[in-house]
Design a protein around this ligand. Structure first.
Ligand code: TXA
Ligand code: MG
Length: 345
């Protein structure tokens, strides 16, 4: 199959969207842009399409797919009930990077929901993608558009590197604004449980209701509520080690590593640290140390950057757990296989 790359700014784009919507409705796969990461879209109401998605990604079929809707009004067609807090969350954060887990209606096949009685739904903040959903006249099942275990794609080229020839088309709308996958929550008895941290932070959600973290986010031996959280993820091709703790000490430790000659290192660091590294170092700078949004946006891009370099080891500078820091560190822990070095004061 030849995968078409379609630019959102193209003149005949709206005609194309109708064609792509038709392809989806007929069981094809189209990768779509969102504010978080690019998704691999298929008809969420079709078990055949869901199976195709798992196959294209090389993903285990017990790992459910997020269902993407064009607006809040579509949700009632797919879920058994919506409570007040869920309404509030959708009104406040949709379109946007928040996924809510509901009890599903039978119209959502078990292949889409990974065998669960629940369905995870979100409304992405991207006009082209919402137009695509409307044109398809069905909701879009959409996992991140990468091969399973690899970093999630935040630009169209990265989708093609993984899925060229396996999908009908990718819609190119430039870089994803956020760069990390959506926050996943469930509402239970007036409380919000966070299954996966993202750009809608625990601090933001706590303003609406009491929140807690799925215990698997705190203890690694617990079974996560979001099945996908148990799998190996985001792995770059070289081993990755992340330094966190006191900023100055972290910087010092990374600079010490840069003076060692035992291996070829790649550095995934802040601007402050990058400026002090030896001139010939292999560096991907994720932004100013205080700018966590820039770090989030560059996280997967940075990990993928090192795949094209001949290096033995990546050394990364992490951040604290506040705000979006929790989501960043969640992804970095997985990407590094828990190789986190705490540098004390
Ligand atoms: O930002 C995002 O959420 C992106 C874009 C494309 O929308 N999508 C995404 O999908 O990250 P994926 O498939 O890479 O991750 C979906 C996560 C998995 O960990 C999965 O287990 C969880 O959502 N999930 C899906 N349905 C669920 C359900 N019913 N209950 C609990 N977790 C669920
Ligand atoms: Mg994913």
């Amino acid at each position: 199959m030849k995968t078409k790359k379609i630019n959102v700014n193209k003149k005949y784009y709206s005609d194309l969207v109708n064609k792509l919507g038709y392809i989806i409705r007929k069981g094809g796969l189209v990768a779509f842009p969102t504010e978080t990461v690019y998704g691999l879209g298929g008809n969420a109401l079709s078990s055949k399409a869901a199976k195709k998605i798992y196959k294209a990604k090389g993903r285990p079929s017990d790992n459910p797919l997020i269902v993407h809707v064009a607006d809040k009004s579509q949700v009632k067609n797919f879920v058994k009930n919506i409570n007040d807090l869920e309404h509030k969350l959708m009104d406040l954060y949709w379109p946007g990077p928040l996924t809510i887990v509901f009890e599903k209606k039978d119209i959502i096949p078990y292949e889409t929901s990974g065998g669960l009685d629940t369905v995870a739904i979100r409304c992405p903040d991207n006009n082209a993608t919402r137009a695509l959903i409307r044109a398809a006249k069905v909701p879009l099942a959409g996992p991140s558009a990468n091969i399973s275990t690899r970093p999630s794609p935040t630009y169209a080229k990265s989708v093609l590197n993984d899925l060229d020839g396996r999908i009908n088309a990718v819609i190119d709308n430039g870089d994803s604004k956020i760069g990390l996958e959506s926050t996943i929550v469930a509402v239970n008895e007036g409380k919000i449980i966070i299954y996966r941290p993202g750009a809608i932070t625990q601090e933001m959600l706590s303003e609406l209701a009491p929140t807690s973290l799925d215990t698997a986010l705190k203890k690694s031996n617990e079974k996560p509520k979001a099945p996908g959280m148990k799998y190996r993820h985001y792995a770059p091709s070289a081993p990755l080690e992340i330094y966190v703790g006191n900023e100055n000490k972290v910087e010092e430790s990374i600079l010490e590593v840069s003076n060692e000659n035992d291996k070829i290192y790649g550095f995934f660091v802040s601007k402050e640290t990058a400026e002090k590294l030896p001139k010939n170092s292999i560096v991907f700078c994720w932004g100013k140390r205080s700018d966590k949004k820039s770090m989030a946006r560059n996280l997967f891009k940075g990990l993928l950057f090192f795949n094209s370099k001949k290096i033995d080891q990546i050394i990364g500078e992490g951040t604290d757990n506040k705000g979006i820091g929790m989501a960043i560190m969640n992804r970095l822990k997985k990407a590094s296989g828990q190789h986190i070095v705490f540098v004390e004061k």
